[in-house]
Ligand binder design. Structure first.
Ligand SMILES: C[S@@+](CC[C@H](N)C(=O)[O-])C[C@H]1O[C@@H](n2cnc3c(N)ncnc32)[C@H](O)[C@@H]1O
Length: 512
């Protein structure tokens, strides 16, 4: 087994030390009794410090090196890194007066060139480290199949760190804990739903979370919303820390001191510490955005009278983009075939060369004065025939729900992938949701009540269904909706049965 460099970002030593301290893995304790696993040791940010603390503890507690044989295990699939980490452990052992044979025996016993997910550790007291970041789709088919077979939370839409969390939890002793520094997105997003459920179902909870966005925690900059998260048995959410980007080793010392003193509230320039008052992590409602729905607004032209036409013969056929327009929606349906087109000056993200399209050129030349009079054309005179926005390449063919802005309630209509939304419509796409099910939720009284309470109401009582409000709209997690409810919501949406949609949502919004 050697799979070089999978999802590798090395942790700075002071962060590994902070995490070990947070877990009370300190040499004053008899660490030989504590079975600790580093699931993906890399070049040894955690393992070197673990071995060092283990040796110090051994000396304090008058044990021998052989007493440490089962106290530690480290895994990595990258041979080069594993050898670096193992050699570092060997050196630490030797520095603590282990004989060459003892150091060789222990370092070989502890370090495994193996896949952590396939390891057979059990009764572990602490699984600690920084798991790899690899999207499921970037794993080999073999690994994906193996992981999906063994783990409840791993899907083809997750990242491997989710698999590491579940595997770590599965090998714990009853009082054991997992402490990882990894992305915190699973705590909020759709792809973390199964893991959150796995955690609560196994009687565990997040006992500590330290949000470290933009903190220099790693050897390189990462944009993965990292947090130190500890999961162990029990309920509730105990301590929550939010670090400022300047959080460093001295802040880490201050934080530890505060926690050890039993402090529950503290705000310094480096961090704030407070207990979390609610338990939103495991709530069944989430925002539309976190439930895996993308929300955006359609394309603005700056001159609809020129760019939007009802005459499909006006320019070359491939310069026409069929467009969805709010006014064309009747009885909650889009027209069955396009009735308006964008006169499209874009191709492959660039403005087309007008000389290649004589009819398009003639058309824009006829309207040049009006087009030049727009702010966007004055700012970029060479692009005088551009629309304000560029069409997004994939959006036309993507199934989407479209909603007009000013309306009494959200009024979604389904486009199966034939029309491009105009600026007077908001669009919703998703890889997670069946859009007809989502449509059913959006037509319910729950969605309209939420929008009424959280968005802007205009004179006359119409509400603004803008993207910024839609994104925050509370919905149940898609996975939590039963197959029967999904079918009923689809039916409600397709027949515009608000009463049916509302009665299903009544259960969904109350349960869980
Ligand atoms: C984010 S790095 C962390 C390294 C180290 N723990 C640190 O914090 O500096 C992740 C490590 O996971 C290893 N890795 C990737 N897939 C693995 C797997 N299935 N089992 C064990 N290790 C794996 C990579 O080779 C890499 O060294």
């Amino acid at each position: 087994m050697n799979k070089p460099n999978g999802g590798t970002i090395y942790t700075n030593t002071w962060v590994a030390e902070l995490m070990l301290d947070l877990c009370d893995y300190v040499s004053e304790n008899d660490l030989a009794k504590i079975k600790v696993v580093d699931p993906s040791c890399g070049e040894g940010s955690f393992s070197t410090e673990i071995v060092s603390r283990l040796c110090q503890s051994m000396a304090r507690h008058r044990l021998s090196f052989l007493d440490l044989a089962d106290s530690f295990a480290a895994y990595d699939t990258d041979c080069r890194s594993l050898v670096i980490a193992r050699d570092a452990a060997y050196r630490v052992l030797r520095e603590h007066a282990a004989s060459a044979d003892e150091a060789d025996y222990l370092s070989r016993r502890w370090f495994h060139l193996a896949d952590f997910i396939e390891s057979d550790q059990a009764d572990v007291d602490l699984v600690i480290g920084n798991p790899p970041y690899i999207r499921a789709t970037d794993l080999s088919l073999h690994d994906r199949q193996q992981y999906a077979q063994q783990l409840q939370t791993f899907t083809f839409g997750t990242d491997i760190y989710i698999a590491f969390l579940e595997k770590g939890l599965r090998m714990l002793s009853p009082k054991g804990k997992v402490c990882f520094i990894c992305s915190d997105r699973w705590q909020k997003n759709q792809y973390g739903t199964r893991l959150r459920r796995f955690i609560t179902d196994s009687g565990r909870h997040i006992s500590f979370n330290c949000q470290m966005y933009d903190v220099a925690a790693f050897a390189e900059t990462v944009a993965a919303y990292p947090a130190i998260t500890t999961i162990e048995s029990g309920e509730g959410f105990e301590r929550n820390v939010v670090c400022s980007p300047e959080f460093d080793q001295s802040d880490a010392d201050e934080l530890l001191e505060a926690l050890r003193a039993g402090c529950t509230h503290l705000a310094t320039s480096g961090f704030t510490l407070e207990p979390r008052e609610d338990a939103p992590l495991f709530g069944h409602l989430t925002s539309l955005e976190d439930a895996g729905v993308s929300v955006g607004i359609g394309l603005a032209t700056g001159k609809d009278q020129v760019f939007i036409t009802q005459d499909p013969t006006i320019v070359e056929p491939d310069r026409l983009l069929p467009i969805a327009y709010a006014r064309d929606i009747t009885e909650h349906k889009l027209p069955s075939s396009p009735v308006r087109w964008l006169v499209n000056p874009w191709s492959g993200g660039k403005l087309v060369d007008l000389q290649s399209f004589p009819r398009l050129q003639a058309y824009f030349d006829r309207h040049q004065e009006e087009l030049m009079d727009r702010y966007v054309a004055k700012k970029k005179p060479a692009e005088w025939y551009r629309t304000i926005d560029k069409p997004k390449p994939r959006l036309l063919r993507q199934p989407k729900l479209l909603l007009r802005d000013l309306a009494d309630r959200p009024e979604p209509v389904l486009d199966t992938g034939h029309l491009y939304p105009h600026h007077n419509l908001y669009w919703l796409t998703s890889n997670v949701w069946d859009l007809e099910v989502l449509g059913g939720i959006l037509i319910s009284d729950f969605a309209s009540q939420w929008m009424r309470e959280n968005s802007v109401t205009m004179r006359g009582g119409v509400i603004r269904n803008q993207a910024q409000y839609l994104r925050k709209l509370k919905v149940p997690e898609y996975d939590s909706i039963s197959l029967q409810d999904r079918e009923d919501l689809k039916r409600a949406f397709n027949t515009w049965n608000v009463a049916l949609a509302t009665s299903i949502c009544k259960e969904l919004y109350a349960n869980g």
